[in-house]
Design a protein around this ligand. Structure first.
Ligand SMILES: *Cc1c(COP(=O)(O)O)cnc(C)c1O
Length: 231
């Protein structure tokens, strides 16, 4: 078996994004690739950085902070927080993240807004995570609560509402339906002007997400290889 080559895997993912965009007449430059590095060592992140990748995604607050400190010599690296955020970890994330994908309640919006304001930093772009298919094991706001969460984000001067995020079911057909529902929810709540970004698409459903209109895809396994434990 040949050794996992990270630069080659990254190039392959970029090619998948370009092919998927071309297949539906989209401009691939409108699709941001977040390399999901959770559970992977900082050496792997450096290797991806050296291959041109700048945007990385982490799911655990303390892991994000530790890695950001260890890679502080890479000035243009961009950290996206994509995991479930508990209010008691908002302070950590407010310090280290450049974008947060997972606001799912008014209380979390208020707490993160307060923590960003006191961190004396630039306003933080955020997305609201929606549990579109109402799966009990998943996080995210219910579609009926979306407007309330949007209002809570907008009430925080330190937060900038950028769009919606979702984690779909494993089944590809169900994932496609979930992505289309997220697009409809956006249309219902102000459209592209109000919510320009749609964060959807992982290793197994990247093409389906791009066809549905994803502007941010979050890819881990296809870049870094399988994770040591499932999360
Ligand atoms: C781990 C994770 C990903 C990456 O998933 P892969 O299947 O490894 O590409 C994307 N989004 C979220 C929210 C994740 O937790």
């Amino acid at each position: 078996m040949s050794e996992h080559s990270l630069p080659r895997a990254l190039a392959h993912v970029r090619a998948r994004i370009e092919a998927a965009a071309a297949a539906c007449g989209r401009d691939p430059s409108g699709i941001c690739l977040v390399a999901v590095s959770k559970t992977k060592p900082v050496e792997a992140i450096r290797e991806a950085y050296d291959a041109g990748q700048r945007v990385f995604g982490e799911s655990y607050a303390q892991e994000l902070v530790t890695k950001a400190e260890q890679l502080a010599d890479l000035p243009d690296i961009e950290w996206h927080f994509i995991g479930h955020l508990q209010t008691n970890k908002a302070k950590l994330v407010a310090r280290a993240a450049h974008v947060v994908h997972t606001i799912d309640s008014p209380a979390l919006a208020r707490e993160l807004g307060k923590r960003v304001a006191s961190a004396e930093r630039a306003p933080l772009p955020v997305l609201i995570e929606v549990n579109v298919a109402a799966e009990p094991q998943k996080h995210g706001a219910a579609p009926v609560d979306l407007l309330e969460v949007m209002d809570a984000v907008r009430a925080q001067p330190s937060l900038v509402l950028r769009g919606l995020m979702t984690v779909p079911p494993d089944d590809l057909a169900a994932a496609a339906a979930t992505f289309e529902t997220l697009v409809s929810l956006r249309a219902l709540h102000g459209g592209v002007a109000a919510l320009p970004e749609l964060s959807m698409g992982m290793t197994s459903d990247l093409e389906v997400a791009i066809r549905a209109g994803a502007t941010i895809v979050r890819i881990g396994t296809a870049i870094f290889g399988a994770r040591d434990y499932s999360v």
